[in-house]
Design a protein around this ligand. Structure first.
Ligand SMILES: Cc1cc2nc3c(=O)[nH]c(=O)nc-3n(C[C@H](O)[C@H](O)[C@H](O)COP(=O)(O)OP(=O)(O)OC[C@H]3O[C@@H](n4cnc5c(N)ncnc54)[C@H](O)[C@@H]3O)c2cc1C
Length: 462
């Protein structure tokens, strides 16, 4: 029987970042339970060529840097800050657990254990049951990340069809006659880039894109003084576009015109936004694939045909189909983060889960009133449709304004490696062009909130 101040369910990136803040800022004892054998959550199940798609510099737990803060010199990310590989992320969380958390003597870690509501924890390996209670329960499983290796595809696949998750790509032992990549998200993009990098002729790749995504230019989310103009200037341009747009179409035109959002094909208007990022070099690579199939979602694959929502295309028994359709980060309804003795971790800055969990840990350590804590930690759910770009930008802007109005919180943010903005300290003078944009930022940020609310009200009324 173990009693801790906090029982954290989930040793994924969010559970770890939250625990780190509590260990750094309080004397609390913590029990961490996870059904996987090592910390890191979905990263332990990811395909071998997975990488972060935002720089390592502001990912992980607050107290320990990830990577060496260097810029890549080769490949699609050349010139931009390093992106940890999946195995680096897993090794990093293993070090955080074994070299930082456990030596404090304040953490009990229960790997390979399933948590059931009510407090019972059962070892999946031995069946042993532990009684572990926490004065507060922290749900670090709410994001329900799903990667392709965790489940079968949601469409029918005949027995004689070669259809694999991307995990199987680097153990191919027989060269396929062609490849079909299924999925428009980051995983599908990664699979296409991996194939091209491996020297596969673009003509041998078909890419099934049920919906075209708006994609972020990774150069616009970089840390450090060198990137102040592109990152902070980019944010200022997003606020300007949000403040001035007369319609949703006009907003996306403005965002695209200033390079804030990219699309795969200039002739196809994207309808989704999932926070995927590419570099311009990677976008050019992806554009080498001409056989892009826009016939909706796959319904079934047989030995000679792929049936989609709006048509069908031929395939063959020697073709390798790569299933990249798992939802990854599903859009889940926002629930209050703090509810008495229960804490439900969610993004409070969108697509920044470790920043969100670290800041939530700091708020838990520093404030007592649930109403105030929930105001500071208002969830911003993951986006799905293009219109969700407006919702998340609005949510981020409102939360940021609240944090900035609190001097203690502003000081914490300025010292947090998980906040990309903290990396701009000590920068040189902004360029004259940027100074002009930044001069209007305060005014535009307020205007953006009002205008985004108006545009969203129009959509919701339709
Ligand atoms: C391909 C890919 C690339 C990404 N790149 C980035 C990036 O560059 N930057 C970024 O900020 N984000 C990125 N993300 C987002 C990423 O999902 C988050 O960074 C983060 O890893 C999510 O962590 P989590 O703790 O919320 O969820 P998870 O990783 O899913 O962890 C949840 C944990 O809870 C455990 N669990 C669930 N239910 C139970 C139960 N009943 N009992 C016990 N244990 C349970 C699971 O075993 C799991 O370990 C990426 C996501 C994907 C899929």
């Amino acid at each position: 029987m173990i009693e801790a101040d906090y029982l954290i369910v989930g040793a994924g990136a969010m559970g770890m970042a939250f625990a780190d803040a509590l260990l750094t800022e309080t004397d609390a004892t913590i029990a961490i339970v996870d059904r996987y054998g090592s910390p890191g959550g979905h990263w332990t199940r990811a395909y071998p060529h997975v990488r972060l798609h935002q720089p390592s510099a502001f990912y992980g737990v607050n107290s320990k840097p990830l990577g060496r803060n260097t810029k890549d010199t080769r490949g699609g990310n050349a010139g931009l800050f390093e992106l940890a590989s999946g195995s680096e992320v897993v090794a990093y969380f293993d070090q955080v657990m074994n070299q930082q958390f456990l030596p404090t003597g304040r953490v009990h870690y229960f790997p390979m254990c399933e948590y059931a509501e009510g407090g019972a924890i059962v070892s999946l390996a031995s069946g042993e049951r532990h009684e572990v209670t926490g004065k507060k329960i922290v749900d670090a499983t709410y994001s329900q990340v799903t990667v392709p290796s965790m489940r079968p595809p949601a469409y029918d696949v005949a027995d004689d069809v070669r259809c694999v998750p991307p995990n199987a790509l680097n153990t191919i032992d027989e060269t396929p006659s062609g490849y079909v990549v299924i999925g428009a998200g980051k995983t599908g993009i990664d699979a296409c880039l991996w194939l091209l990098d491996a020297g596969v002729d673009p003509k041998d790749i078909a890419w099934i894109l049920p919906r075209d995504p708006w994609i972020l230019d990774r150069a616009k989310i970089q840390p450090g003084p060198d990137f102040f103009d592109s990152t902070v200037g980019g944010f200022a341009l997003q606020m300007e576009a949000s403040a001035l747009a007369t319609s949703i179409d006009d907003l996306f035109e403005r965002l695209e015109a200033t390079g804030q959002l990219l699309r795969l094909d200039d002739t196809v208007r994207p309808t989704t936004y999932r926070c995927s990022t590419v570099s311009i070099a990677e976008l050019e690579e992806l554009r080498r694939i001409d056989n892009v199939v826009r016939l909706g979602r796959v319904r079934s694959i047989s030995a000679d045909e792929i049936v989609l929502e709006n048509g069908s295309i031929p395939t063959g028994p020697e073709v390798l189909h790569i299933d990249c359709t798992a939802d990854g980060l599903a859009r889940r309804p926002a629930v209050p983060v703090f509810e008495g003795d229960r804490i439900t971790l969610q993004n409070i800055r969108v697509c920044q889960p470790t920043f969100s969990a670290g800041l939530t840990g700091h708020v838990e350590a520093s404030y007592t009133d649930d109403t105030q804590k929930n105001e500071l930690c208002t969830p911003v759910p993951y986006p799905n449709s293009d219109v969700d770009w407006l919702r998340i930008t609005l949510g981020n802007a409102v939360n940021t304004a609240r944090w900035r109005s609190d001097p203690e919180l502003s000081a914490w943010l300025a010292g947090s490696r998980l906040d990309v903005n903290s990396s701009f300290a000590g920068r040189g003078e902004p360029s004259p062009a940027l100074l002009q944009i930044l001069g209007k930022l305060g005014e535009n940020a307020a205007g953006a909130i009002t205008n985004l609310q108006k545009l969203l009200a129009e959509v919701d009324a339709e």
